[in-house]
Design a protein around this ligand. Structure first.
Ligand code: PGA
Length: 255
């Protein structure tokens, strides 16, 4: 049976009041979102993680962090370690989001280090990759994706206990309202699957591939219907609770 993952990346939005109201609405609409074959994840800002974990209890929603330090501990002001995330039982963490790459100089090497930190604490990573508009226009999409995958995955074993997720997010589609067409997304997802298979053989078939970049209730269905798209990483549309519920309902109808 197919499984879908609908993950919301809240970025630097949603304060405590807004988050509380979001989860209250989710809880009163549980009949619409309840589905054991859809993994639902919401990633709020660090200071709200503990509260999110508490108030999401009973909502079927898992909580994820948006980032983690590449170091295990130490004098790194403003950073948060995987061990600290684990101490409040955070089950998921996004790493390598394009905004982290763009504004905080993250690259494949830092993503690898962060993944190793998460792995040491048994936190499931959501690893982001994707090309910029310039790279796409230069016909470099596949070579960029391949080199990102090699940089992150080569020599890393897959741990079967880990719920490892890979998100393809074309940078030009994030927050721009421009979504890759389902065919464009599928083409890259099939390439990611093939590349991961070349590293891990059949084990790679189990790695869910999420598409991200201006996913909304009105385009999620066609994206999820593609063979190699197993879910979505949603920014803007995940902030509006009705949109999030609608996207989960749509995914449920496809199962
Ligand atoms: P968006 O963001 O849905 O607002 O384009 C996606 C993301 O950055 O994960």
């Amino acid at each position: 049976m197919k499984r879908y993952i609908i993950a919301g990346n809240w970025k630097m939005y949603q304060n405590l009041l807004e988050m509380t109201s979001f989860f209250n609405t989710i809880k009163s609409n549980l009949n619409k979102i309840s589905n054991p074959h859809i993994t639902k994840i919401i990633c709020p800002v660090f200071p709200l993680l503990q509260k999110a974990i508490d108030i999401s209890n009973g909502s079927e929603i898992f909580i994820g962090a948006q980032n983690v330090s590449q170091h295990d501990k130490g004098a790194f002001t403003g950073e948060v370690s995987a061990n600290i995330l684990k101490s409040i039982n955070t089950p998921y963490c996004i790493i390598g989001h394009s905004e982290r790459r763009q504004y905080f100089n993250e690259n494949e090497e830092t993503i690898r280090l962060k993944w190793m930190q998460l792995r040491a604490e048994s936190i499931n990573p959501i690893i982001c990759i994707g090309e910029t508009l310039e790279q796409r226009e230069n016909g470099e999409t596949f070579s960029v994706i391949e080199s990102q995958l090699k940089g992150i995955f080569s020599d890393m074993d897959i741990d079967t206990q880990e719920d490892l997720l890979v998100a393809y997010e074309p940078v030009w589609a994030i927050g721009t309202g421009k979504t890759a067409t389902p065919e464009m997304a599928q083409e890259v997802h099939a390439f990611i699957r093939k590349t991961l298979k070349s590293f891990y053989g059949d084990k790679a078939v189990k790695i869910p591939l999420l598409y991200g970049g201006s996913v909304k209730p009105n385009n999620i269905k066609d994206l999820l219907m593609q063979n190699d798209i197993d879910g979505a990483l949603v920014g803007g549309a995940s902030l509006i609770v009705d949109n999030y519920i609608e996207m989960i309902t749509i995914a449920g109808e496809l199962l």
